[in-house]
Design a protein around this ligand. Structure first.
Ligand SMILES: Nc1ncnc2c1ncn2[C@@H]1O[C@H](COP(=O)(O)OP(=O)(O)O)[C@@H](O)[C@H]1O
Ligand SMILES: [Mg+2]
Length: 233
């Protein structure tokens, strides 16, 4: 199996070298746990280190805001923009999203196809789901998304906003069953943590590891472990 290296320090060590190529990975957790930073770093490394084009679809914040936030990190963003290796786009669902589920969902994937993206981020599928009026539709939209991205062989992080409790994996209780991998992020002030809950075809780490977020971005202290009991219920 081909592995797509995240390049996030310490993360690839937990998952046998990277995400399975073409897979969809859910990055799940409460507000402020580092979902967006992890996702941006995955695309940044893809472009900067591995020369793979990546696209970031935002459903909440504007692209300008995200570029501006990234200036905070000691990353070389100008070269990425210049070479068009990283795009940030805001997806505005149409008013009849719920009626045109399949075509609207494919419209997202079309953005990845247009730029030949090998990596994609959708931040967040929770926001996408706000436009849909039933769990069945949410499930179907995410299913279509994942299958289309798989056909493109595009390896994707979908973020999912939860309450942050340790057994709460997603907002609708459907996302985690559709994806190939689930990464849980936690924040217990002042510490951040990561747990790889599942990763298809991978003998992944089964313990919780501390995470550091600073001006270099996010990194995983993969040699350190903490107890499950240390997380709040
Ligand atoms: N430069 C930085 N130095 C230290 N911590 C940071 C820095 N930038 C962001 N953070 C931490 O990361 C958190 C935000 O991460 P973010 O990826 O936006 O969360 P999420 O998308 O899960 O809501 C902040 O709440 C803060 O704790
Ligand atoms: Mg976020």
């Amino acid at each position: 199996m081909n592995r797509v290296k995240t390049g996030v320090p310490g993360l690839d060590e937990l998952i046998e070298g990277g995400f399975p190529e073409g897979s969809s990975i859910l990055a799940s957790g409460g507000p402020g746990v580092g979902k967006s930073i992890l996702s941006l770093e995955y695309l940044y490394n893809g472009a900067k280190i591995y020369n793979e084009p990546g696209i970031y679809i935002t459903l909440e914040e504007g692209p300008q805001n995200i570029w501006w936030n990234m200036q905070r990190f000691k990353w070389d963003l100008l070269s990425l923009e210049k070479d068009n290796l990283m795009k940030i786009l805001k997806f505005e669902p149409s008013a009849d999203f719920s009626e045109n589920l399949e075509s609207e969902t494919k419209r997202i994937v079309e953005k990845a196809r247009e730029m030949g993206a090998k990596r994609m981020v959708i931040d967040s599928v929770t926001a996408l789901s706000f436009w849909l009026d039933s769990t069945a539709k949410i499930r179907y939209a995410i299913y279509v998304l994942i299958e289309e991205l798989r056909k493109l062989n595009c390896t994707t992080i979908l973020t999912s906003e939860t309450t942050g409790r340790k057994n709460d994996l997603s907002r609708y209780g459907v996302e985690e069953f559709l994806v190939d991998g689930v990464i849980d992020l936690y924040f217990i002030p002042p510490h951040h943590f990561i747990y790889v809950r599942k990763m298809r075809g991978t003998n992944n780490s089964t313990t919780i590891h501390p995470v550091t977020i600073n001006d270099n971005g996010l990194s995983v202290n993969y040699k350190e472990e903490i107890l499950w009991e240390a997380l709040k219920d």
